[in-house]
Ligand binder design. Sequence first.
Ligand code: TXA
Ligand code: MG
Length: 364
Amino acid sequence: MPSDSSSLQSSAVINEAVQTLRDGGLVAFPTETVYGLGADAKNPDAIKRIFTAKGRPSNHPLIVHLAASDKFDQAQVDWVPVLAPWVRDLSEDALKLINAFWPGPLTLVFKKDKSVLNELTGGQDTVAIRAPAHPIAQELLRKFKGGVVAPSANRFGKVSPTSAADVRSEFEGMLELMILDGGDCEVGIESTIIDLSSGDHPVLLRPGLITPGEILAKTGIQVYLPGEIDSVKQGGDMPRVSGSLRAHYAPTTPLRMYASGRVLDALSEFPDIKSRVAVAVWDSESSLGVDGHPSAHFEEVLVPSDSAAFASRLYRSLRDLDQQGWDLILFPEPPAGEEWDGVRDRLQRACFGSGPSSSSHANS
Ligand code: TXA
Ligand code: MG
């Protein structure tokens, strides 16, 4: 993220945002992943306002965002006292993960302290916590001196916002919202979520920029995929993760993925397609040269063939293409490899939920 991004918002504006949070209001703010819709994590009415604004079912838990008080020495931060009011116990693994990746795009799920409000955990006995790296998010949290719950600042089931303008357009005409502008989000997809609440095996709940491979390399900790943990554990009590619904992050225009070189196959599902199809093409490849389809007009849009760069622009591209009035949007299937898991996950859900009736899918 740009190192001078806090200069995009004066301290006076941040102070106003802090006051809004203290008064029980909502503030949208930038993080390095996506923009969040923030409220005081200790105020049940403010939390309810988030669910209403997003149109999100109230049993979907929220992430608590925290910052350490010392701005200048992040490497030396002692996170234990910062977490103590929220978390029942901190394992050695938890501390290793925190020290390796915070502040940054990693959310950890713990057994909650009893004081944590049920309104934010959806009634579960666990709490998700993250320490964002974006300087504006940090300044807001530091001045607020408390936890801020913040889901992505989009309507439920829609594409997460990666700029202040995206947030504005999500809530236009519905909600007067204070929005802190920190420019474009650098990571571009939501944080990786690891569940530490079972005490023995860390489990990946949502893939993101930080991968199990990177975690193993930096900390020696093995993160399991939900399917790898024995079925007894999965029984009835997996945590609810709205990002795990099949339809999520969805544009209104139909979106599909195509296998390498198989653009026309992707069209077979749409026999009546009349004209305009936007086809995303890896920037490492020369033109697809798609022609020979009687009724469709293709236009190519280049997308980065580096996974982090792709993630950083994914939601921006989906939003922009959604605005441009295409009949269909086609994206290339991401290659194999865990560094692509985060974007593959988001693209699959976006495809499933896309199209004019996406909201009924997303809420099902
Ligand atoms: O990058 C991010 O994490 C962004 C920025 C704003 O920080 N936030 C975000 O929040 O993506 P949201 O609410 O859109 O997604 C949070 C996910 C949800 O899928 C939720 O179900 C899951 O975290 N979650 C929250 N608390 C949980 C818990 N106690 N156990 C399991 N999953 C939890
Ligand atoms: Mg979200």
